[in-house]
Design a protein around this ligand. Structure first.
Ligand code: UD1
Length: 418
């Protein structure tokens, strides 16, 4: 088993280009199934979730080839329409293949995405969207969908990211015009729209609450550059806030980070946002201070994925901060680990009260999930002594070589076989 040794207590200093966004590249990979020729994705991060998506594409008959950060998918030979239970379990967002398979083949056989990392993650909205587009769905020993999608009205009761993406993919392959109301507004949805349009689709409105898709256009191959990962950026900024120092991040749009930057600014960090970079400066002589309640919300609200890293930074601060997690039931699993490092945090249901302590200390901790793992690494850099972080399989799903990223900012982090 690999573990990461992180020595904290020294400031971070340096510049880092943030890699491509996991939450963008996964739907883009599923969308490759709709293309009539090879598609090359630039800035494609090397993550285990990306590998899981590629395994599904190969199982469906696609060719895949990686050269550094360029990934080419050739869907011309694809003929499959089912994803195995093992592949569905490997990655929760494998459900995104549902809409793409229906669009390509008019048929999809999947199982429920497995596990319970953040609490129950139902797929009822995904299935309702697919039904609204005229496909038949049966849930008998798995999910079985049939029918060529046709235009329709998809009304989402919650602006679910995955359901919005599934509806978009399904509608692109259908006939007629589809309207998706109460769509998720995340930047990754806009990235998906840009990608589909680059291949010849006609999708409008992403970034707003109503998306319109004119279906039935044959998509061609092409190339596209994946947007930078705003959550990886938020994690690095949280690490710098915890450790102190000055870091400059490139490759990410600061506007996607606004609510996170605002919290870190209120905590006493100096934030400079430019078109080409975002920079955070924290004076180590001055402790971070508590901030008004941090409430997670769909975009453009404070991202649930940044809750754990920002909490890790505020664990050592002056005063008390409340966090309210509104998106997922089990999103405080990092709290028990932060407490091993000396944090004083109480949770009740969806609320967490952080009583800032002067300083955390190194400890043996385990990443409970992807962003919880990023949070523990951020906390470790601000802590006194060495932290031994296990559970790296969670971290590798969404951070490409986290230890290398931390080292390039002057952090002391190394991965070893234990
Ligand atoms: C995506 C992100 C994840 C992020 C989340 C919220 C990807 C690959 N993952 O996950 O990193 O934390 O958005 O920003 O992009 N819901 C239902 N029924 C459904 C679908 C969702 O009730 O059919 C609920 C969920 O339980 C949750 C809320 O809707 O409470 C939002 O979830 P959703 O936006 O769908 O998250 P994901 O797409 O799974």
């Amino acid at each position: 088993m690999s573990v990461m040794y992180i020595r904290g207590g020294a400031p971070l200093e340096g510049e880092l280009t943030i890699h491509g966004a996991k939450n963008s590249v996964l739907p883009l990979l599923a969308a490759c199934l709709l293309a009539g020729g090879p598609v090359t994705l630039h800035n494609c991060p090397d993550l285990t979730d990306v590998e899981a998506a590629l395994a599904i594409l190969r199982h469906l008959g696609c060719g895949t080839k990686r050269e550094g950060r360029d990934l080419t998918v050739d869907p011309t030979g694809a003929s499959g329409c089912s994803v195995s239970e093992e592949q569905m379990r490997a990655m929760r967002s494998s459900i995104i293949f549902l809409g793409a398979l229906l669009a390509r083949a008019g048929e999809a056989h999947l199982t429920y995405p497995g596990g319970c990392e953040l609490g129950p993650r139902p797929i009822d909205l995904h299935l309702a969207a697919i039904r609204a587009l005229g496909c038949e769905v049966s849930e008998d020993c798995g999910i079985h969908c049939h029918g060529r999608p046709r235009g329709g009205e998809v009304q989402l009761s919650i602006p679910s990211v995955g359901a919005t993406e599934n509806a978009m993919l399904c509608a692109v392959g259908g006939t007629g015009v589809t309207t998706i109301a109460n769509a998720a507004r995340e930047p990754e949805i806009y990235d998906l729209q840009c990608f589909l349009n680059a291949l010849g689709a006609n999708v409008r409105g992403a970034g707003g609450s109503t998306i319109t898709v004119e279906g039935g256009r044959a998509l061609h191959g092409g190339e596209f550059t994946v947007m930078g990962d705003r959550i990886v950026a938020a994690t690095m900024l949280s690490a710098a806030a915890a450790a102190g120092g000055r870091v400059r991040l490139r490759g990410v749009d600061w506007r996607h980070l606004s609510p996170v930057l605002s919290v870190l600014h209120q905590a006493g960090c100096r934030v400079t946002s430019r078109l080409e970079y975002v920079e955070l400066l924290r004076d180590r002589e001055k402790p971070l201070r508590a901030v008004p309640t941090v409430r997670t919300a769909p975009y453009p609200g404070f991202p649930t994925d940044a809750q754990a890293p920002v909490m890790a930074a505020l664990a050592a601060s002056e005063g008390c901060t409340l966090f309210v997690e509104t998106m997922f039931d089990s999103r405080y699993r990092h709290v028990a680990e932060l407490k091993r490092m000396g944090a004083d945090i109480t949770t009740e249901g969806r609320v967490a009260l952080i009583r800032g302590v002067e300083r955390l200390h190194g400890a043996k901790v385990e990443a409970p999930d992807l962003r919880g793992g990023g949070a523990l690494a951020a906390a470790a850099l601000g802590a006194e002594g060495v932290t031994v972080l296990s559970g790296l399989r969670h971290i590798d799903r969404g951070y490409e070589n986290l230890e290398t990223m931390l080292c390039s900012l002057g952090g002391d982090a190394v991965r070893r076989e234990n």
